[in-house]
Design a protein around this ligand. Structure first.
Ligand SMILES: NC(=O)c1ccc[n+]([C@@H]2O[C@H](COP(=O)([O-])OP(=O)(O)OC[C@H]3O[C@@H](n4cnc5c(N)ncnc54)[C@H](O)[C@@H]3O)[C@@H](O)[C@H]2O)c1
Ligand SMILES: [Zn+2]
Length: 278
């Protein structure tokens, strides 16, 4: 896909003074952004996202990339768009399941940074308030990206629910469970464990579950956590000797915590396999 896009740009004699416009969901945004970052060593790009996920997440922050068969997110570049134009009327045609996936990430923003946003979402009456909701998410993401463009600190809060979520996606070979649903389960499972460990205010997991269920999202998995743990530890956010986990103290208060492998298994309620200790 990327090569044919380059060939198309060459055939059209695109020059450095042209700009690319990415009109579509996150896949189009990531691909076009990456082509813009690399073709002729860099063209300008404008993002016009048309899915809930793209309007609230992928079009902001400058991460672009393409997938290769060896894995997601291995090839990419940082490329900030000239501007992002989000027209919420495009969302009217989104299929229900893609809408729900976007809601999962929106609920995530509430969990990590805004109790007010979370309360609005939990209330369920969001029909005519999408602009306000999308604006709130964009502000949160933009602030996180501004302080940490290269994803070495605060920006990692956006990974709440993603460590277990990615592991679930991998478990289902990236076809059996969508990203948003995997993240929904990841947020709930992790918060339940964190409550049990006394690091998250009790009752928080139940509030997240209720909110996710309002939007038809799953909140639990039958896959044993021991099976998901190894992939969590191979996650790109892994630190040497452990991993960085995003937890919330309560709704709206996300934070990063380093866990050793042994501590991580302890949080999951099991002991680390011998080769993973340390
Ligand atoms: N760059 C980042 O920071 C970042 C962050 C999160 C996710 N992503 C990437 O974003 C991608 C997912 O994005 P997505 O959820 O937008 O999926 P997507 O781009 O695959 O779009 C989902 C589907 O909706 C269709 N569609 C798009 N807009 C529509 C509209 N207005 N009405 C009806 N149908 C519409 C698309 O054709 C597609 O079939 C993944 O590849 C993920 O890796 C990137
Ligand atoms: Zn995500």
């Amino acid at each position: 896909m990327l090569i044919s896009l380059y060939e198309f740009l060459a055939a059209k004699q695109v020059t450095r003074s042209d700009l690319l416009i990415a009109l579509g969901g996150g896949v189009v945004g990531d691909l076009t952004g990456y082509a813009a970052a690399t073709y002729l060593r860099g063209l300008d790009v404008v993002q016009i996202p048309t899915t809930l996920l793209a309007q609230t997440d992928s079009s902001i922050g400058g991460k672009t990339g393409v997938n290769i068969t060896n894995g997601k997110n291995l090839v990419g570049a940082f490329k900030q768009p000239l501007c992002v134009i989000a027209d919420t009327s495009t969302l009217k045609t989104l299929p229900q399941d893609i809408w729900a996936d976007g809601m999962s990430e929106i609920i995530k923003y509430g969990c990590i940074k805004s109790a007010a946003l979370f309360d609005l979402l939990a209330g369920g009456e969001i029909g005519d308030r999408m602009e306000e909701i999308i604006t709130a998410c964009v502000k949160i993401k933009a602030a996180l990206v501004e302080t940490d463009e290269r994803d070495q600190g605060e920006r990692m809060l956006l990974n709440f629910g993603h460590t277990l979520g990615h592991s679930l996606e991998q478990h289902y070979h990236y076809t059996g469970m969508t990203h948003g649903r995997a993240v929904a389960i990841g947020m709930c499972v992790l918060t339940r464990l964190a409550e049990r460990a006394g690091v998250t205010k009790s009752g928080t997991a139940e509030r997240i579950e209720d909110c996710l269920q309002t939007y038809g999202l799953p909140t639990d998995t039958q896959v044993p956590l021991e099976q998901l743990a190894p992939a969590c530890l191979n996650d790109k956010k892994r630190e040497s000797g452990g991993l960085n986990l995003v937890l919330i103290r309560e709704i709206g208060a996300g934070y990063l915590q380093k866990y050793t492998v042994a501590e991580f298994y302890q949080l999951l309620g099991s002991s680390a396999p011998a080769q993973e200790e340390g």
